[in-house]
Design a binder for this molecule. Structure first.
Ligand SMILES: [Cu+2]
Length: 198
């Protein structure tokens, strides 16, 4: 498993400890689900793989789950929101995306420029790279579905994997996608632990 990034179970437990309000946690204990969304208990998601790659083929597979946990009211991908973490991918690699929505709330995924993702209320349905979105990302999104799409990261720059559902991305439902020329391998980068503890 040299080329895959695995989040250790311990880190997941720590992450879970910091996410969600106490009241939401108490509610979750009573009802078996949180207020924000239907989320699998963290213990069910063991050793999630967020990235796999083949450097020789210049291909990377990314696994992006909306509402991975309760952080940012469920508006997170893989537990990360507000572009505090994300992916770094070498220029001209093929990117194969598997998107999952772990919530009953509609969410979607679209690649747009980072500055648009941070401020635009409605991202529309035209991705920056051809094919880089789930179907109809700005309308109903996808609910409890797995969607796959792929694109070629053929321009350097700062982009986002953003939720296209109106207002979500501006409210933090986005992670970064930085495409860099002199990168040897693709990476999934979590926010520093210190930041998560704030
Ligand atoms: Cu969303």
């Amino acid at each position: 498993m040299k080329n895959s990034y695995k989040l250790p179970t311990l880190a997941l437990s720590i992450l879970a400890g910091f996410t969600g309000l106490v009241t939401a946690d108490e509610e979750a204990k009573k009802t078996g689900e949180s207020k924000c969304c239907t989320v699998l208990p963290v213990s069910v998601i063991t050793n999630p793989v967020f990235i796999k790659q083949d450097a020789k083929k210049k291909e990377v597979e990314v696994f992006i789950t909306a509402t991975f946990d309760k952080s940012n009211y469920g508006m997170n991908f893989n537990g990360v929101s507000k572009s505090e973490g994300g992916y770094e991918i070498p220029l001209d690699w093929k990117v194969k995306v598997t998107f999952t929505n772990n919530s009953a709330v509609p969410h979607s995924l679209i690649v747009v420029e980072a500055d648009l993702a941070a401020r635009k209320i409605n991202l529309g349905d035209t991705p920056y790279f051809d094919g880089a979105n789930t179907p109809k990302p700005n309308t109903l999104g996808t609910t409890n579905k797995v969607e796959k799409f792929e694109f070629t990261a053929d321009e350097e720059g700062e982009y986002s994997f953003a939720c296209g559902f109106p207002t979500h991305s501006a409210n933090g439902h986005r992670i970064y996608l930085n495409i860099k020329k002199d990168l040897k391998e693709a990476k999934f980068i979590m926010p520093p632990a210190a930041k998560a503890a704030e």
